[in-house]
Design a protein around this ligand. Structure first.
Ligand code: CS2
Ligand code: MG
Length: 401
């Protein structure tokens, strides 16, 4: 099965997506997601100008060799742009291999390790009571695990809170600026979760995303304060370039930790996993070099009882979600999958076999990863520049958003 051609499709059905479509001489097509929020065209160019010319004519079945060729062969290793591009090729090739075998992808990954994948939804509100309403809404939809984010008194635009029903991280135009106050947040966050536990008890899992905003000692303090609320996880409490920072957090709290949505290589996570500094690894199929690389991360994590908790925000396309669910249903140390439903228009452009039922998702039984693209419809929604916001402290210091 030879690669005949590969095309990069950039479209904006409710938000921007970069999709790689590989075609073979046997007439099969495979899809991979290469969306890097706010930096989409860099990956599109990397694919079009540097990767696609090296793919044409290769045997599409040689997934591992092609992965190594693109990784080692480029000389310049790692990085979000490179790894998103490699991830898209890898995902499209797994899609093709499974289609040519006539099997759903999870069968090629060792079969099912569970009936379906538990997912967590996003509950958000402008204040505690609105967040309580959103949690109760998610419970009604059957979610077993819910991430709760709330507006914070004294902070105009807190992370994770949107005017619209679904939170969408990117905004049209140049990056907006938001103001952050660690003091106000640390004062507020424990009160939010105390109220949620008081109202809903302990039957449902609660999660929270700190979004890289605290220093290690502040994160330790928050983890400790949240212990009575027994969170499923506290996510990205501090930036993780310095993996050692998590030793300090770990010394002070038993609140489980989840990290890795911005990682792109197993090396970003190695010390965190081997030193058992985290409980969940959040790397995604799209940003971490595809299914092949993510399986290696999961295999390393399995040795240390670290479980997966893949990033699944709306900036990862349905192609990523499809692939993530095949990965999740097959891998032995699956933990949970993030589920932020896409806009109806996104779902229309990317018809898919995966389904949601009472808090669990299933990848479906279609051959391949089960996600396609309606190119004609996609062409009606051209790329529209959008960026993630930036954050500053109240005195103007640039901070982690
Ligand atoms: C987030 C995302 O889903 C998450 O946990 O941290 O909202 C993140 O901000 C975006 O994916 C950035 O592109
Ligand atoms: Mg996050």
């Amino acid at each position: 099965m030879k690669i005949r051609a590969a095309r990069v499709i950039v479209c904006c059905p409710a938000r921007n997506f970069v999709t790689l479509k590989i075609e073979t001489d046997e007439g099969l097509t495979g899809l991979g997601d290469a969306t890097l929020n706010g930096r989409e065209l860099a990956v599109a160019s990397y694919l079009k100008d540097h990767v696609v010319p090296c793919l044409v004519g290769r045997d599409a079945h040689q997934i591992e060799d092609i992965w190594q060729y693109l990784y080692k062969g480029a000389y310049w290793r790692r990085g979000p742009v490179t790894m998103a591009a490699i991830g898209a090729v890898d995902t499209a090739l797994w899609d093709l291999k499974a289609k040519s075998a006539g099997l759903p992808l999870y069968q090629l990954l060792g079969g099912k390790s569970r009936a379906a994948c538990m997912v967590y939804g996003h509950a958000q509100g402008r204040d505690v009571e609105e967040t309580c309403d959103a949690v109760s809404d998610h419970i009604e939809q059957g979610y077993r695990a819910i991430r709760a984010q709330s507006g914070i008194p004294g902070i105009e635009k807190a992370y994770g809170i949107a005017g619209a029903k679904f939170y969408e991280p990117a905004e049209k135009g140049l990056p907006g600026e938001t103001v952050w106050s660690t003091e106000r947040y640390l004062d507020f966050a424990p009160k939010l979760f105390e109220r949620l536990r008081q109202k809903f008890g302990f039957e449902h899992h609660l999660l929270h995303d700190v979004h890289h905003r605290l220093t290690p000692i502040e994160a330790a303090r928050l983890g400790k304060a949240l212990e009575p609320c027994r969170l499923f996880w506290m996510e990205d409490p501090t930036p993780a370039e310095n993996q050692d920072a998590f030793r300090l957090i770990r010394r002070h709290t038993v609140t489980p930790l989840a990290v890795g949505e911005v990682f792109n290589s197993i090396h970003d996570a190695r010390d965190l996993i081997e030193s058992q500094l985290i409980d969940y690894i959040r790397m995604s199929v799209t940003h971490a070099g595809g299914i092949s690389h993510l399986r290696k991360v999961a295999a390393l994590a399995e040795l240390y009882q670290v479980r997966t908790g893949c990033h699944g925000a709306t900036d990862l396309s349905p192609v990523c979600m499809g692939a993530a669910l095949h990965f999740g249903i097959s891998v032995s140390n699956f933990g949970i999958q993030e589920h932020m439903p896409h806009a109806p228009l996104t779902d229309e452009v990317f018809p898919h076999a995966y389904t949601f039922k009472r808090g669990f998702m299933h990848p479906g039984e279609a051959p391949g990863h089960g996600v396609e693209i309606d190119e004609e419809l996609a062409a009606k929604y051209p790329y529209d520049p959008a960026y993630l916001p930036v954050a500053r402290l109240e005195d103007g210091t640039l901070w982690s958003w």
